[in-house]
Design a protein around this ligand. Structure first.
Ligand code: SDX
Length: 436
């Protein structure tokens, strides 16, 4: 970051001495006022619950222009990456800052491929769960448990340990996600096959079985890969901020990623794709497009908690570019599977059209986000609704690791420890129980 050629001055109307604060600019996006000395100089904190106006770090990984609806991974527009690159190239880009050439891509893919197996003991973790446990509960446990198998490489301050942990997590997430799915349906786990692509391997571990060969459908393989690319990273969203804060204590990378999985599970965040598909199915069951008007009235009613899941975003105040690409992927997959008339896809498009013309959504700048169409395409591929967020976690693992590694390799980083505005009881003495 670069010192700007101007400063910020904070003055007080109660005669308290004003203070000057440095301003920094990045390469693109808003400048920042450096308030790190504010408490020392004024004895005051800033107040920003939800971090609407707070930059928690500097980062060179992903940039979002919410007004333009623009998303860049290391400077490359998501529209170009999603159509010209695959997930392995995207992982290399996010982790190391550059797209790989053919040889580097081959080497990176070989490295990831040869770390896809998990320790044989991992399968016994699953037996402790009920078969109908939510896959995100299982994944949080499995990923946290991974750290128990790598005592030789969990020092987050050791660059080699960070590197091998990154490869292990990217490589093993598809295996663990498919194990969580197979466990829930009582089918045997499949080992990864090293002659398949990352996405093809995942589809086979999800939908293959030991009794017959599984043939990867190239259209579904490409769609799965694109879903991974679109979900790979997204600046300092809630789960990434969780991973950074968790990792700032010096804990091991597996524990930090497990914390990210737990945060992503929430319906306001990564759980929105599951919530969105449930919303579409309920609406379809209640009458489909004919019921959209009544549903929208509920969504717009201040007193109702009903939200149009898959719509709205803290940063995008325009169309989420990932939603457009996801809709195209939806079209491709539904055509390939002869599901062009999928009622849920038609209902989603009808909902989107109505919302984008409705004053409530227009004034609040609520547009479809990545989760609005991702559920429909995953359901068409055969992924059960309760697995959607697990797929999101699989894809976002590379972004979480890239962000965690960026933080740890920043010599200025410290353990994160926010302060508060205290509004509780002032100091008082404990009364004897007889007097309470
Ligand atoms: C992801 O941060 C990221 O980058 C996340 C993510 C990533 O890749 O990591 O992009 C992934 O989490 C996408 C978002 C998925 N969540 C949903 O689709 C759930 C539905 N959306 C909302 O819950 C909401 O839009 C959020 C949580 C996404 C954003 O919330 P904000 O920024 O805190 O905005 P807000 O809730 O204050 O909404 C502003 C107004 C409110 O009305 P008023 O109080 O001003 O009257 O818009 C309304 C909200 O009630 N609103 C909605 C709405 N989303 C916001 N009303 C109806 N339906 C919605 N979906």
């Amino acid at each position: 970051m670069k010192l700007a050629d101007y400063k910020a001055t904070l003055s007080f109307s109660n005669g308290k001495a004003p203070i000057e604060m440095p301003v920094y600019n990045g390469t693109i996006g808003p400048d920042v006022v450096d308030i790190r000395k504010l408490y020392g100089q004024t004895g005051m904190f800033t107040y920003d619950p939800g971090f609407l106006s707070t930059a928690a770090c500097q980062s060179a990984i992903t940039y979002i222009d919410g007004d333009k609806g623009e998303l860049l991974y290391r400077g490359y527009p998501i529209e170009q990456l999603a159509t010209q690159c695959d997930f392995m190239e995207t992982c290399h880009l996010l982790l190391y800052g550059e797209l790989p050439n053919a040889q580097k891509k081959k080497d990176f893919t070989h490295l990831v491929t040869h770390h896809t197996m998990v320790h044989e003991q991992m399968q016994f973790f699953l037996r402790g769960f009920r078969r109908d446990a939510h896959p995100m509960a299982v994944l949080t446990g499995l990923i946290g448990g991974l750290s128990a198998f790598y005592h030789d490489s969990t020092d987050i301050n050791n660059p080699e340990h960070r590197e091998i942990s990154a490869i292990r997590l990217i490589a093993k997430l598809p295996t663990l996600v498919s194990m969580a799915y197979k466990y829930s349906i009582g089918q045997p786990f499949l080992y990864p096959k090293n002659d398949l692509s990352y996405s093809g391997n995942f589809l086979r571990m999800m939908f293959g079985n030991p009794c017959e060969d599984y043939v990867v459908n190239p259209v579904l393989e490409r769609a799965m890969d694109r879903i991974f690319v679109l979900h790979a990273d997204h600046e300092q969203n809630a789960s990434t901020s969780t991973v950074r804060l968790c990792g700032s204590s010096g804990t091991n990378p597996f524990a930090a990623i497990a914390a990210g999985v737990a945060c992503l599970w929430g319906p306001a965040h990564g759980g929105a794709n599951e919530a969105c598909l449930n919303m579409l199915q309920e609406l379809q069951a209640a009458g489909g497009v004919a019921k959209v008007g009544e549903f929208m009235t509920q969504v717009k009613d201040k007193n109702s908690t009903v939200k149009l899941m898959g719509f709205g975003h803290r940063v995008y105040k325009n169309y989420d570019p990932r939603a457009k690409l996801m809709q195209e992927t939806c079209d491709e997959v539904l055509k390939e599977l002869g599901l062009e008339n999928d009622p849920l896809f038609k209902l989603a498009k009808a909902l989107e059209k109505i919302a984008l013309e409705d004053d409530y959504f227009v004034t609040k700048k609520l547009y479809p986000n990545v989760d609005f169409y991702s559920g429909i395409v995953q359901r068409a591929i055969g992924i059960p609704v309760n697995m959607f967020t697990g797929i999101f976690a699989l894809a976002r693992t590379v972004g979480w690791i890239a962000q965690l590694n960026e933080m740890i390799s920043d010599p200025e980083y410290k353990i994160g420890r926010p302060r508060q505005l205290f509004t509780g009881a002032v100091k008082r003495d404990v009364p004897p129980i007889a007097k309470r």
